[in-house]
Write a protein that binds this ligand. Structure first.
Ligand code: FPP
Length: 248
């Protein structure tokens, strides 16, 4: 059994769900089968966060780079997201989960985008868990977009260039008003950030595991949380300073 300290849970967990293709290949199936099983892991991890009262969860569902995959796989991913958004909406409403989208709306197939907007609108009043799906998302693109939006505000006289601080800049990102992630999990044994939440990850604890995403379920999530709870988060300070602050 995992011993999780409810007082030391991350407020925001972000996940790079990798390894669906390899999971399918190991079973001599096509990659789409892996993505489908990956959707079951999504459901389980969402339920876990809701149960543990972790208030923010962000999942990397479709990156800007994913467009480069074979067309059949890209279409299957959109089809899967489309189905998922429809099938999970009743549970999101029932469990008072708020769904949000981060990423570029341009390029998302119309049908998927409509389902996304419907789910976002139907859950806008909830706050038990803030579930963000990064769809057609890229961290660099998000930063460039934020810079453009700030430049427009300067041009139109709402701000001076000198007003810009990290806090103000954060308000121009898709994640404005969200706390930064405390923990980022990457499955599938790679050690890359892959253009995910580049600005927001400044102080996040990184947890990587060899487990492939379709095998990442409640136990594996608990293991990641246990590992996180063993970390000392220093935010640039010394270990002694942090211990003194915790004692006070
Ligand atoms: C990476 O595995 C995963 C993706 C590109 C897509 C993530 C999508 C899902 C988990 C499916 C459903 C999501 C939701 C929100 C319902 P990979 O294909 O790169 O695996 P590989 O590295 O083994 O090839």
């Amino acid at each position: 059994m995992y011993r999780i300290d409810p007082n030391k849970l991350p407020r925001h967990v972000a996940i790079i769900m990798d390894g669906n293709g390899r999971w399918a290949r190991q079973r001599l199936r096509n990659r789409v089968f892996g993505h489908e099983e990956g959707a079951n892991s999504v459901r389980e991890v969402v339920r876990c966060c809701r149960k543990l009262e972790i208030p923010y969860l962000t999942l990397y569902a479709f990156s800007k780079e994913n467009w480069q995959r074979p067309l059949t796989e890209v279409s299957a991913l959109w089809h899967l997201l489309n189905r998922f958004l429809e099938s999970e909406l009743p549970e999101m409403v029932d469990k008072e989960i708020r769904l949000r989208h981060i990423g570029d709306p341009d390029g998302i197939p119309e049908e998927v985008f409509k389902k996304l907007q419907t789910a976002v609108a139907h859950t806008a009043g909830f706050d038990k868990l803030n579930l963000s799906l990064a769809i057609n998302y890229g961290g660099r693109q998000e930063i460039v977009r934020a810079a453009r939006l700030f430049a427009i505000d300067v041009q139109e006289g709402r701000h001076q260039p000198g007003d810009l601080t990290s806090e103000l800049f954060s308000n121009y990102l898709f994640t404005a008003q969200y706390p930064d992630p405390d923990l980022i999990i990457r499955t599938g044994g790679e050690y890359r950030v892959s253009n995910f939440l580049l600005w927001q990850l400044a102080y996040a604890e990184l947890y990587t595991t060899e487990i492939l995403w379709p095998d990442f379920r409640e136990n594996q999530f608990m293991e990641a949380l246990t590992d996180y709870q063993g970390r000392e988060r220093r935010f640039g300070k010394t270990g002694d300073q942090v211990k003194r602050e915790l004692a006070n």
